[in-house]
Design a protein around this ligand. Sequence first.
Ligand code: GRF
Length: 220
Amino acid sequence: MTTQITPRARVCVLISGNGSNLQALIDACAKNEIAADIIHVISNRADAFGLQRAQQAKIPTSVLDHKAFADRAAFDDALADLIARCQPDWVVLAGFMRILTPAFVQRFLGKLINIHPALLPKHPGLNTHARALAAQDTEHGATVHFVTPTVDAGPAIIQGVLAITPAESVESLEARVHQLEHQIYPIALAALVAGDVHYAHGQAVWADSNTPKIICQPSA
Ligand code: GRF
């Protein structure tokens, strides 16, 4: 009898800063909760703390400084070539603070994912926690989504939802959403790697349903 060894998915993670979501993914891969290896971490900033997290986990890193390129298209071309050389199955944006060109997105469409700190389609863009409070939302959370050419508009794979408490501040909300992100990003990547969900015709298609999975976190 021959033993079949299922190859682990190859994941390339793009960061710009702290990398706490990267850490959650590193930990989940190490615990085998995701059948994948993070094979490369790329940052556009040399001082991103996430680079140290990757090095600690013995993951190769690269810094590609966007300021060294003439324009966004030139940076994105170089970034796409660097990623392609790693031959990843999945490209994961984890706090990568650059808007990507449609050409870049097209090159990795269907295997490029992002996490956004709001319940999309509510609050795309920046300052999501302050905006959720200003809008007097009763719920807030985070969304993992496929990346499509329009920023923060790709189909949701999974959302984590929390109830906004009366005493909530931007800081408390940010901390709670961050925690939720660390739960849902590994779940989303594990589902993608396992083939439980895939991208088709602008939709995230789950094998067992068409709706994003919602995880509720009890209010603090
Ligand atoms: C997260 O809030 C994520 O939703 C957003 O950028 C932040 C990154 O945080 N895209 P970290 O670097 O993973 O700690």
